[in-house]
Design a protein around this ligand. Structure first.
Ligand SMILES: NC(=O)c1ccc[n+]([C@@H]2O[C@H](COP(=O)([O-])OP(=O)(O)OC[C@H]3O[C@@H](n4cnc5c(N)ncnc54)[C@H](O)[C@@H]3O)[C@@H](O)[C@H]2O)c1
Ligand SMILES: O=C(O)C(=O)C[C@@H](O)[C@H](O)[C@H](O)COP(=O)(O)O
Ligand SMILES: [Zn+2]
Length: 352
């Protein structure tokens, strides 16, 4: 299946196909005719898929690779010089290409390095985690974390091509499958009640698995539409941040060492919904439905942190504009809106 993100001269195709990784070089050759390629990956993904990709690419290009430690700590500002250094050593120029092969950590980090190195070299995303396939590889948000907050240094930098091979998810650890499902559930919550009900109608991820390629395509298509409507996150795109105001604060609180992103998003979606319901801002029973679906896919809904401890990070959220905190709330499942408020929204004594 092919989807196209229409963004004028920054438009690009996304291919979703089982075993597409085995033909990656021919898709890449259609869009890139330069000389050198730098593959950036992590030490869990590269041993599984790196040489398969590199062997194909070597028929067309001079290939280099950089393998980084896996995990969120890698997506840090301190690591950028490692990527720039490797690209310089490989002689990567503006006519060359960076390929991000991995989960969202590699996609965001390699993407930001590609956006900033020489003021921009071409980028292709080959996402290998469920989260990266349904979310982070599409839409051009690239970033690194700062100690003060998630993704606080970054750019909007669209890839030239995204290749999604659902079969690589067979090697993904169950925890990270759940993580990806956190973002899948998010799409249902904000835009697609039918998708939400589909997720709710299964008993477990194993039960949903046969339908996974179409679920991935459905999520990617929602993201495509939102990004086409608001590439630079000034309105509609903020809806993709449902659950994220709390999630990013939770992740930052533990210095990105405890809750993984999808897990934190799950907690954030349930807890913000519960608070909004209590204030009469969301239809009653919505948080309970979210909880039901989180349980099906093995996701957390609380982390034991007092809201008071999360206010600092929430006050640095990128959706905050003109001194206002912009929360994403649901009217009901499938319908979301931006809700301008202040930190006063949060009962500080509450533990979530
Ligand atoms: N740019 C965006 O729009 C966007 C959207 C959502 C999330 N994100 C970011 O994405 C990051 C989280 O991404 P993630 O959940 O993919 O984490 P990740 O990149 O750390 O991947 C999760 C783990 O799975 C391993 N892995 C990945 N693919 C594998 C495979 N096929 N087989 C075996 N192991 C595999 C990785 O080595 C890693 O240990 C966060 O930093 C988050 O902020 C960005
Ligand atoms: O693409 C978007 O826009 C999103 O908000 C997708 C989120 O799932 C993702 O976690 C994103 O990285 C968050 O962006 P940020 O601007 O809040 O850092
Ligand atoms: Zn996210």
């Amino acid at each position: 299946m092919k989807l196209t993100v229409h963004l004028g001269e920054n438009s690009y195709p996304i291919y979703i196909e089982n075993h597409i990784l085995d033909h990656a070089a021919s898709y890449i050759a259609e869009t890139f005719s330069g000389r050198r390629v730098m593959i950036i990956s992590d030490d869990q993904v590269y041993p599984l898929y790196g040489s398969r990709l590199k062997a194909q690419l070597e028929k067309h290009y001079e290939c280099f690779h950089l393998v980084l430690p896996h995990g969120e700590a890698t997506k840090s500002f301190q690591n950028l010089p490692v990527l720039y250094g490797a690209m310089l050593d490989a002689g990567i120029s503006r006519s060359d290409l960076v390929i991000a092969l991995g989960g969202g950590v590699i996609g965001d980090l390699a993407g930001f390095a590609a956006a900033s190195y020489l003021r921009g070299v071409r980028l292709i995303q080959i996402p290998t985690s469920l989260l990266a396939q349904v979310d982070s590889s599409v839409g051009g948000k690239v970033a690194v974390d700062l100690p003060q907050g998630k993704n606080l240094a970054g750019a909007f930098y669209q890839p030239s091509l995204v290749l999604i091979d659902p079969t690589v998810l067979d090697t993904l650890a169950p925890h990270f499958v759940s993580d990806g499902m956190g973002e899948v559930i998010k799409y249902g919550c904000i835009k697609d009640a039918e998708l939400f009900e589909l997720l709710r109608s299964h008993r477990s991820f194993a039960d949903l698995q046969p339908e996974l390629p179409s679920v991935i395509a459905r999520c990617v298509d929602i993201k495509r539409q939102v990004v086409e409507a608001d590439q630079f996150d000034t309105g509609e795109r903020m809806l993709l941040n449902f659950g994220h105001t709390l999630a990013h604060a939770i992740e930052q609180y533990h210095n990105y060492q405890k809750e993984s992103h999808g897990e934190a998003v799950s907690i954030g979606m349930y807890q913000i919904c519960r608070l909004a319901e209590e204030k009469g801002l969301t239809r009653e029973g919505t948080a309970e439905k979210i909880l039901e679906v989180l349980n099906i896919y093995g996701l957390a809904h609380s982390c034991g942190l007092p809201l008071a401890d999360l206010l600092g990070a929430m006050s640095r959220d990128k959706k905050n504009l003109h001194g206002s905190l912009n929360l994403i709330l649901l009217d009901e499942i499938g319908k979301s809106r931006i809700y301008p408020t202040s930190t006063g929204f949060f009962p500080l004594e509450r533990t979530i």
